[in-house]
Design a protein around this ligand. Structure first.
Ligand code: FHN
Length: 731
């Protein structure tokens, strides 16, 4: 399904009016005049008031696609991680990694001449890999534009190559049936109006007008939309202080007004939760979440659209010496894992300076394509699994119209009564030789005596039916002694009705919980037809075990096992949680204390939180709370916060430490959170039982390069999650 280009049949009058205004002004558009008429009412009626059904219509092709190609390409492919003979790394970040002044970086355009660039080949490689869309960097953080723009001369037009890369790729994508999308960086390290400057960029900031930069960026985005009609705008680089929710919302509004069918990611605004990528509550714009280099764990809220973007090696842009490419098995299983959780996979390629995909990328994409040729039906158009963790692999599924003879994917089966098709992705053949689908309440078609309609291999239906039987709440499929595909053998099981799976009961608080005096444990199931039985001694629950009748009050440690039962038979797997009663750490007595924490700063190149006892601080000050305000000048540094924490009530306290780069939290000398290492903004939590009163607090933090941040939050008896207040800090 290609993206719906028609504008929704809604009253488009305001937008059409706007379009005419924009058209009228476009001819006389000057650099400084925003194409967006400033006097237009703040709220644009049509595209932003879409109904859930209209949003589903707009997102339909993207959800169906499941798999896309990411392309990072620009001037940075020329140095490819090496600057003046030194392997600085950084790939598309080389301006940062080698601390290159823009005046020294921008002349790279005189070398940009990718004579082997073949957009048709790029689009065909994407299509043959089963990738339905392609997201290419129209402009990355370095500010270089891959299209001839009216609004800058830092573009392909000012290179020996001169060809319109995006225009040629747009044409090729249309011919090959790949949906064209653009990545566009908000952050711009070379534009004279962009702020903040890089630390080594001594160009004067006087006269730099960030508003003018935003207006220019808006004009370029509109130029891209008008010329190339991208289906997605994938913003990035939204993390610097100059970018705000107001600007993000305005940019989202402009894009959606210019073309209401466009899909925009959540990095247009400032609501992204770090590299985990989902959008936090608070009305932040963005149509889908953008986990980066990671796949969210199961349990994502249903109805949330998200896409994991990932490199094939370790670099986004071309880096000649980065040969750490992921295996085909790893990439296919990541694609399946993501689809089984209802997400999209945006897999990156970094072309070289001559316009070629790395041979390692081409080989992997071809192998993925061969797997997709046989199994693509189990990815495209599917939705998230109906099961919890499956020890042997994953599940994807699609609804099937009841009673119609679908154009069978294989003449072996004509679907007549199935309502849902399950795709069981077997990564590892269970030792038992059986796939056990615990809690699947539906009747598999295979058990309706309709001929030999067992389960079957999607890639080879002719291999015959696999026996299917029911054992209580479980459906069991018998596998042959060997599986045809060592990476992922897909078994098809058609079932009557939409899948109903009675999952194991939920135990709250979960495994590993600690408590001081008494703990109330809730054991629940979404299915109100079942009864739940549990044990506290680690033995498997049976019909003779205690039945859950409301909250269970514990005054001692216990190992809780619980399962659902239906018609006196097990109807789910077993849930397990060990909870421990602990003694709270005693408060310490101090004679006097002063407000604030002592923050010691250290210079150095750190790759983890250092052993501060071996270092001499370059500065020491009292700060209100944990944070980067205590940072010294310069990019590479470490901070140590020490003091006392006033705990208002005895009980179990949960701390949350978010930092870019690494950090650690100790209380009374005990390591509560280890969030150490080189990483972008990442959060970790930890729990500790504390007595009301004062406790020794220490936070260690280091910054290697790029963004820096460290935030300490807590929650506990009578305290909702919040930053640890200054009032609780002393020394
Ligand atoms: O800084 C960019 C990086 O270069 C790359 O474009 C990735 C891809 O999503 N995004 C940012 C890092 O999070």
């Amino acid at each position: 399904m290609t993206p719906c280009r028609r504008h929704a049949a809604r009253d488009l009058a305001p937008v059409l009016l706007l379009a005419s205004i924009a058209a009228a002004t476009s001819a006389s558009r000057a650099q400084e005049e925003p194409w967006w008429p400033a006097d237009l009412p703040r709220r644009v009626a049509t595209p932003l008031d879409e109904s859930p059904a209209e949003r589903d219509d707009r997102m339909a092709w993207w959800r169906e696609a499941r798999f896309g190609m990411f392309i990072h390409w620009g001037l940075y492919a020329i140095p490819s991680g090496t600057w003046k003979g030194k392997r600085t790394g950084g790939a598309e970040w080389i301006l940062n990694a080698a601390r290159i002044h823009p005046d020294e970086y921008m002349p790279l355009r005189e070398q940009f001449d990718p004579v082997e660039f073949d957009p048709t080949q790029w689009a065909m490689i994407a299509r043959n890999a089963g990738m339905k869309y392609l997201v290419i960097t129209s402009k990355h953080h370095d500010g270089f534009c891959l299209w001839p723009s009216e609004f800058t001369d830092f573009d392909v037009d000012s290179t020996p190559f001169r060809r319109d890369v995006l225009g040629e790729l747009a044409e090729a994508c249309r011919r090959e049936g790949v949906v064209l999308c653009f990545y566009h960086s908000i952050m711009d390290w070379t534009h004279p109006d962009y702020l903040p400057r890089r630390a080594w960029d001594d160009r004067p900031t006087e006269g730099a007008d960030f508003e003018r930069y935003v207006s220019t960026m808006h004009s370029q985005v509109k130029e891209l939309i008008d010329r190339y009609r991208p289906a997605v705008l994938w913003f990035d680089g939204e993390w610097e202080d100059t970018w705000t929710h107001a600007r993000g919302a305005a940019t989202y509004d402009l894009v959606r007004t210019a073309d209401p069918a466009i899909i925009v990611n959540n990095r247009v605004d400032v609501g992204r939760e770090g590299m985990a990528g989902l959008t936090r509550a608070g009305g932040f714009r963005g149509d889908f979440g953008t986990p980066e280099q990671e796949i969210p764990p199961t349990g994502l809220p249903s109805g949330v659209d998200w896409e994991t973007c990932m490199t094939m090696n370790r670099s986004w842009g071309h880096q000649s010496f980065d040969l750490e490419f992921k295996s085909v098995e790893d990439l296919i299983r990541k694609l399946v894992d993501i689809a089984s959780k209802g997400g999209n996979f945006l897999l990156n390629v970094g072309p070289d300076a001559r316009g070629n995909f790395p041979p390692e990328s081409i080989a992997r994409l071809a192998a993925i394509g061969r797997w997709m040729d046989l199994n693509g039906e189990s990815i495209h158009g599917t939705r998230a699994s109906c099961f919890g963790d499956l020890p042997w692999g994953r599940c994807t599924r699609r609804s099937l119209p009841r009673g119609t003879d679908l154009d069978p994917p294989h003449d072996f089966h004509v679907v007549e009564v199935a309502d849902e098709r399950l795709y069981l992705h077997v990564f590892e053949r269970p030792a038992s030789g059986e796939l056990r689908l615990t809690g699947l309440m539906n009747m598999p078609i295979a058990m309706q005596g309709v001929g030999d309609r067992g389960a079957y291999f999607l890639a080879d239906p002719g291999a015959g039916a696999l026996p299917v039987r029911r054992e209580g709440a479980d459906v069991v499929i018998t596998l042959p002694s060997t599986l045809p595909d060592p990476i992922d053998t897909v078994v098809v099981l058609d079932i009557e009705g939409e899948a109903v799976v009675v999952g194991p009961p939920a135990i709250a608080p979960g495994d590993g919980a600690i408590f001081v005096d008494e703990l109330a444990v809730e054991i629940t199931s979404p299915s109100d037809e079942v009864e739940i039985r549990y044990t506290l001694d680690g033995s498997a629950p049976t019909m003779a075990s205690q039945r859950v009748e409301g909250a269970i009050r514990l005054t001692d440690s216990a190992t809780i096992l619980a399962a659902c039962f239906l018609n006196r038979a097990p109807a789910s797997g077993v849930s397990r949680a060990s909870v421990t009663r602990v003694v709270p750490k005693p408060a310490i007595a101090v004679l006097t204390s002063q407000p604030g924490l002592v923050a010691s700063a250290y210079h150095g190149t750190f790759r983890q939180v250092p052993d501060f006892a071996t270092l001499a601080p370059v500065s020491e000050q009292v700060v209100e709370r944990v944070g980067v305000a205590a940072r010294p000048r310069g990019d590479e540094y470490a901070l140590r916060f020490r003091g006392l924490l006033e705990v208002p009530a005895t009980g179990v306290w949960e701390f949350r430490l978010t930092s870019d780069d690494g950090s650690r939290l100790l209380i009374d000398g005990e390591l509560v959170i280890d969030n150490d290492g080189l990483h972008s903004a990442t959060e970790r939590t930890g729990r500790i039982a504390l007595e009301k009163g004062l406790h020794r607090l220490e936070v260690g933090f280091f910054e290697a390069s790029g963004q820096d941040d460290v935030v300490l939050e807590w929650s506990g008896p009578g305290v909702e999650r919040q930053a640890v207040p200054a009032s609780a800090c002393s020394h």
